[in-house]
Ligand binder design. Structure first.
Ligand code: SF4
Ligand code: SF4
Length: 233
């Protein structure tokens, strides 16, 4: 145990401290970690800039502080709860200390997914359709997919937008960006490159941890596409 690591009672008493420490060390061992954390002034600028902090009991300051203080128990709590409230917008990059709270959360999420934590599976349950869409087409959500029930954590504005989609579509000038069938067509060659990157970066392994069924569907899809180019993984 290093300085700052606490033994104070926290949530998840059934999880051994050694397991919490293992996950904490996995977060810390990430090569990005030392570029994302330089200590914390507790100024709250990241909280003021954070959209998720307005809608949830969530604070990028607390995440940064817990990691800086090496509070293993609190970090474990955050890996299981808080981090899933972040929308990864990176408005917190304006931190005067040079921290990247959103980036730290990215690392924590990846650790949660790689280790198959129940919280990660639950948090990502509603996103299978989006993941499938992104990975099978190489593109992202288009306006016609924006439904409040599917994205409750995007805040109350999604309800207003989904109820006024026709208006929003008229406000978006390029015709091609209106629907999933027409938007952002990605060249096959680019898709193949993306598959290879996702595979090499361990993304497929992470998806398998949270949704084995989806991982199987994607693996078949990618194998077929790679075969067309005489490739395999
Ligand atoms: S990246 Fe996350 S923590 Fe940072 S401002 Fe956006 S929602 Fe908040
Ligand atoms: S903006 Fe930076 S220094 Fe200020 S509270 Fe947030 S993480 Fe800490």
């Amino acid at each position: 145990m290093g300085p700052g690591m606490t033994l104070a009672p926290h949530s998840y008493p059934e999880v051994p401290l050694a397991e919490k420490l293992r996950l904490f060390n996995e977060v810390k061992a990430d090569p990005r970690f030392k570029d994302y954390l330089y200590g914390c002034y507790e100024c709250g600028i990241c909280v003021a800039a954070c959209p998720s902090a307005r809608f949830y009991d969530f604070s990028p300051r607390k995440i940064t502080q817990a990691l800086a203080r090496e509070d293993v128990e609190l970090v474990y709590e955050q890996i299981n709860d808080d981090i899933w409230n972040c929308s990864q917008c990176f408005s917190c990059l304006r931190c005067p200390r040079g921290n990247n709270p959103g980036g730290l959360i990215t690392i924590m999420r990846e650790v949660a997914i790689r280790n198959g934590l129940r919280s990660a599976k639950e948090a990502l349950q509603g996103y299978s359709r989006v993941i499938y869409k992104v990975m099978s087409t190489g593109t992202q959500v288009s306006p016609d997919m924006l439904q409040f029930d599917a994205f409750p954590d995007w805040g109350p504005s999604v309800r207003e937008e989904s109820e006024n989609l026709q208006l929003w579509r008229r406000a978006l000038p390029p015709e091609t960006m209106h629907t999933t069938s027409m938007s952002w067509r990605v060249a096959d060659r680019t898709l193949v490159e993306l598959y290879l990157i996702w595979h090499s970066a361990g993304v497929m392994g992470m998806i398998e941890e949270v949704d084995p069924g989806l991982a199987m569907i994607l693996a078949d899809l990618m194998a077929e596409k790679l075969e067309e180019y005489g490739l395999s993984v």
